[in-house]
Ligand binder design. Structure first.
Ligand code: FE
Length: 206
């Protein structure tokens, strides 16, 4: 039996000893032992998946929501169905993931965390940044969201409510930032270029 040489068998959050990761690793070993698939083939599948998973995907979704009111409503009502309209899928992982999209408004700011580990909408945002996985962010953003956002350079007026969403293996969150003022005439592609990964997590304005 070949031995996996890379991070297959680990979750994206780097918790190799979690129960789910052990089951995944065991399944891979059985498939390889039975000759169903080789480690190299599994690596190729993972590489193909990761090659298409990037924050530009989430940015495209946001830009469409900014220019298309109907799409915005569908996105907030059923994230999975709406992103499929743009060719994106939350599948590809071990289990189906529910995508919940939350929208920033003049009175509400959303920020996403996974307090347990680092669950994240990988297909739309690519691999998570290291700060998202850090113990400091995971524990502090829940208790002191404003303080943490200040440290990211995001200063919110006192009347803006901050809502923290705790992601899980089953439910992943993405933020629709507020469309910046003065962008009324911009094309959808150019608008997508304004959206950052931090904006999609909620630790930046856009
Ligand atoms: Fe997690």
């Amino acid at each position: 039996m070949s031995v996996p040489t890379r991070s297959r068998g680990q979750r994206e959050d780097g918790h190799p000893d979690s129960r789910l990761a052990r089951r995944q690793r065991r399944l891979e070993e059985l498939l390889e032992a039975a000759g169903v698939v080789t480690g190299a083939e599994l690596d190729a599948i993972l590489d193909r998946y990761l090659a298409t998973a990037k924050p530009a995907n989430g940015a495209r979704v946001v830009a469409r929501a900014w220019v298309d009111e109907g799409f915005r409503h569908r996105l907030l009502a059923d994230g999975n169905a709406a992103v499929a309209e743009l060719g994106f899928s939350m599948g590809g992982g071990i289990q189906p993931q529910l995508l919940r999209v939350v929208e920033n408004t003049p009175r509400l700011h959303n920020v996403v965390v996974c307090t347990l580990c680092s669950c994240y909408p990988l297909a739309l945002l690519g691999p998570s940044p290291s700060w998202y996985r850090s113990e400091a962010y995971r524990s502090r953003v829940v208790r002191r969201p404003r303080e943490v956002l200040e440290e990211f350079g995001l200063h919110l007026p006192g009347h803006v409510e901050v809502r923290v969403w705790d992601a899980s293996a089953e439910t992943r969150y993405m933020v629709v930032p507020r469309r910046p003022a003065g962008t009324e005439g911009m094309a959808e592609d150019a608008l997508a270029g304004l959206v950052t990964r931090r904006g999609l997590i909620g630790t930046a304005a856009v």
